[in-house]
Write a protein that binds this ligand. Structure first.
Ligand code: NZQ
Ligand code: ZN
Length: 386
């Protein structure tokens, strides 16, 4: 196992009817900016619950943060923060609203030329404006980590940012919120969380027995609850296990002491930036090709995953590893998630070259757990995913 530091300061408030507890977490003298997305919270009652809880606090609102939070919209919110002397941010939404809020937390205290530099110059945020979240969509884990991904439509870019100053102070996780989530987003959430675990697990053995078991247990739980989550989101047992699995998949715990990959996400973000494909679906497109292309490097962990998560007991390491990739593809298909780029766009020709060029231009010459995945290899993986 590798050496590691581990600190996660986010307070989690988990369970039925917990949204009202938001009032206990926000300082009474704060001037709060309540941030939300396209309006789902107004239809499903979450907005009313938050507003009731914050009746005695000064609250300004900013709605309209789109899926794949858009830089130009966030710059409007930044103006509100400055003009109205906001002191605390509250994200009520899924990964997009929470990530947008993290950007604002960083940008509000940033004194460089333009906040876009935070993304292009990899400026880590040591201290941001304090914020909390009310999670409405289990998927990204953003509610308990310090990363964010921001999109800029003007340049078709989607870039990551983060830093120790960007953990939410608190996150409220009421699994009942999933009852209003459309099936497509439920399937996305399951796929995103599943792939988060794979990014931190599907590398090479390093003797981290406990982390492997943590990772496998999250995968097994997602596989077990997925059919019920999709069929009946009012099933609280499934909903609560789904929500907690998504948080645990990307709150830092399972990545400690082990190598990480994250090439699937890096490539996937480009597919969202270029074609607007939902984040989770880009992962389902790239992951199978990535694992096939890097088969020799990853086959031991692939086989272990096949044995422990999919009960594949027959055959050699190679056989089990290959069957595990097939099982993963089947799982995505059962969720209604297509796994080829051509399922999403007819204009896929040239995509591999474009992504390879972007990675070269950014100096991303060695992705993956061995830092050996060069742009020419990325190009081959994307072509395999057509
Ligand atoms: O905008 P509204 O109207 O709220 O509707 C949203 C949105 O259309 C809807 N929704 C959310 N909660 C709902 C609901 N509809 C009904 N009932 C509810 N309770 O769902 C749609 C998608 O929301 P979004 O927040 O975009 O989804 P998700 O949570 O999957 O977030 C995706 C974003 O997170 C980034 C992705 O790249 C993408 O931009 N990620 C963030 C990560 C992180 N910070 O750690 C890691 C991930 O790998 C990912 O990259
Ligand atoms: Zn993801």
């Amino acid at each position: 196992m590798n050496n590691f530091d581990f600190k996660n300061p986010t307070k989690i408030i988990f369970g039925k009817d917990t949204i009202e507890k938001v009032k206990e977490e926000i300082p009474q003298d704060a001037k709060v900016l309540l941030l939300y997305g396209g309006g789902s919270i107004k239809k499903n009652g979450i907005y009313d619950q938050v507003k009731t809880a914050l009746a005695n606090v000064e609250v300004v609102e900013f709605g309209g943060i789109p899926a794949n939070p858009e830089y130009s919209v966030l710059i409007e919110a930044l103006k509100v923060i400055k003009d109205q002397n906001i002191t605390y941010l509250l994200a009520v939404g899924g990964g997009s609203v929470i990530d947008g809020t993290k950007f604002l937390s960083a940008a509000a205290l940033f004194d460089g030329d333009t906040p876009w530099d935070i993304l292009t110059k990899n400026i880590r945020t040591e201290k941001g404006m304090p914020f909390g979240t009310v999670l409405t969509l289990p998927a990204t884990g953003s509610e308990m980590n310090s990363g964010a991904v921001i999109t800029r439509a003007e340049t078709k870019e989607k870039l990551a940012m983060g830093g120790p100053g960007l953990f939410p102070e608190f996150s409220i996780l009421d699994p009942q919120v999933i009852t209003s989530i459309p099936q497509r987003q439920l399937a996305n959430g399951l796929t995103d969380a599943f792939t988060h675990v794979l990014e931190q697990y599907m590398t090479y053995p390093i003797g981290a027995i406990l982390q492997d078991r943590f990772a496998e247990s999250i995968l097994q739980t997602l596989v077990e609850v997925a059919p019920t989550v999709i069929k009946d989101p009012t099933d609280y047992k499934a909903a609560s296990n789904f929500m907690w699995s998504c948080t645990m998949a990307l709150n830092g715990l399972i990545q400690k002491g082990v190598p990480g990959d994250w090439a699937v996400h890096a490539i996937g973000h480009e597919l969202t930036a270029l074609f607007g494909i939902d984040h989770a679906r880009t992962l389902a497109v790239i992951a199978p090709s990535h694992y096939k292309f890097n088969f020799e490097d990853k086959k031991e962990k692939l086989a272990q995953y096949g044995e422990r998560v999919w009960n594949i007991t027959e055959g050699s390491i190679d056989d089990k590893a290959y069957a595990a990739i097939e099982k993963t593809v089947d799982f995505f298909h059962e969720l209604g998630i297509d796994t080829k780029l051509s399922d999403y766009t007819k204009d896929y020709e040239g995509t591999a070259e474009e992504i390879s060029k972007r990675f070269t231009d950014r100096g991303w010459t060695g992705l993956g757990e061995h830092q050996t995945l060069s742009p020419d290899k990325v190009e081959k993986i994307v072509k395999m995913a057509y």
